[in-house]
Write a new protein. Structure first.
Length: 282
C-alpha cells in the first residue's frame, strides 16, 4: 500500500479548471437552465455565437436560474456577460432558499454593449444558485445573457482540503484513489467529532500540517483493524470518480502514511489524530 492521489486532485494541482455550470454558452438551446415567470430562447447575436434571451411570460419579473452542487469553504469565481433588451437585468448569486445571499449586481441597462460581470466569493453552502432577474414586470419584455462560467478557484492542498474529512477503513486500500472506498468504515474524523470539516495551517518548508488549533477526532462506528485512510474534500461522492479530490494512505503502527499506536479500533471509542502532515520533497 502507498500514498495515492486521485486524478481529480492531481488535475487540480496541475491547474485544470472546469466550468461547473451546464450549457454556459446556449449554442444548442437552453437545457440546464430553469425559468420562473419567464420563457427562454437561444438566439443569435451573443457575445460569442448564440445568447440566452429571457422574456417575461407574465406581468411579473422573469427569472432564469441554475442550481449547482458546491463545496463548503471553496472559493468560486462567476464570470458572465449580460445585455439589456426592453428590460434591464440583474445577476444574483445565492442559494435555492436565498437567491442573493452572496451577490447582487447593479441593474444592467446598456442595450448596445455586453457588460462583463465577475464576482469572487467563498461558499458557505453545498448548493448554489446563479440567477438572472429582469427589472421589468411587463409581459414580453426581455434581456440577454451569454458565456456564464462558474469556476472552482481552489488550487492548493490547503484550499482543496478546506472543510475536508478523514475516514479510516479496514482492509487494503483501493488500487486507485479514484475508486470507491473498500472495507468497513471504522471512524470519520472531523473537528472534535462534530462533523465540522477539517482545515490546515499554512505550509512551511514544503510541509503542510493539520490546523494546530483543531482537535481531529471521531467516535468509531464499528470494531475492526485500521488498514487505510482517505482524506477527501467536501461532498465526496463516495464512488468511482476522476474528479473527486482524495488522498489515500496505509495505516500501521510504524512505517505507514498514517501511524497509530494501536490499529485495533473498538466501536464507540473516540479516536484522535494528533499529527497529520503532507510534504512535497525537494
Amino acid at each position: 500500500m502507498s500514498f495515492r492521489r486521485s486524478t481529480g486532485l492531481r488535475n487540480k494541482l496541475l491547474g485544470v479548471t472546469q466550468n461547473i455550470l451546464s450549457n454556459p454558452t446556449f449554442e444548442s438551446g437552453t437545457s440546464g437552465w430553469s425559468g420562473t415567470n419567464a420563457t427562454m430562447q437561444s438566439v443569435s447575436g451573443g457575445k460569442e455565437g448564440n445568447a440566452l434571451q429571457i422574456t417575461n411570460s407574465t406581468d411579473t419579473n422573469g427569472i432564469v436560474y441554475q442550481d449547482i452542487t458546491a463545496k463548503v469553504g471553496r472559493e468560486y469565481r462567476l464570470d458572465c456577460y449580460v445585455k439589456a433588451g426592453t428590460s434591464g437585468v440583474t445577476l444574483k448569486i445565492g442559494t435555492p432558499s436565498d437567491n442573493d445571499k452572496y451577490y447582487t449586481s447593479q441593474e444592467i441597462t446598456d442595450t448596445a454593449n455586453w457588460t462583463h460581470l465577475v464576482y469572487i466569493f467563498e461558499s458557505e453552502d453545498d448548493m448554489l444558485r446563479v440567477s438572472f432577474t429582469l427589472s421589468s414586470a411587463t409581459s414580453g419584455d426581455n434581456a440577454y445573457v451569454d458565456e456564464v462560467n462558474l469556476y472552482d478557484n481552489a488550487s492548493s492542498i490547503k484550499e482543496i482540503f478546506n472543510k475536508s474529512k478523514l475516514k479510516i477503513y479496514t482492509g487494503t486500500q483501493p488500487s486507485s484513489a479514484d475508486d470507491a472506498p473498500t472495507g468497513t468504515l471504522l471512524v470519520e474524523i472531523t473537528v472534535n467529532g462534530t462533523g465540522q470539516g477539517l482545515t490546515f495551517d499554512d505550509a512551511v518548508n514544503g510541509i503542510i500540517k493539520k490546523n494546530s488549533q483543531e482537535i481531529w477526532s471521531g467516535t468509531a462506528v464499528a470494531t475492526g483493524t485500521a488498514g487505510w485512510f482517505r482524506l477527501q474534500s467536501y461532498n465526496d461522492p463516495e464512488s468511482l470518480s476522476e474528479t473527486a479530490e482524495r488522498i489515500d494512505g496505509a495505516i500501521a503502527t510504524s512505517g505507514a502514511e498514517l501511524n497509530m499506536s494501536n490499529t485495533t479500533i473498538e466501536k464507540d471509542a473516540v479516536q484522535t489524530i494528533s499529527l497529520f502532515q503532507i510534504s512535497i520533497d525537494a
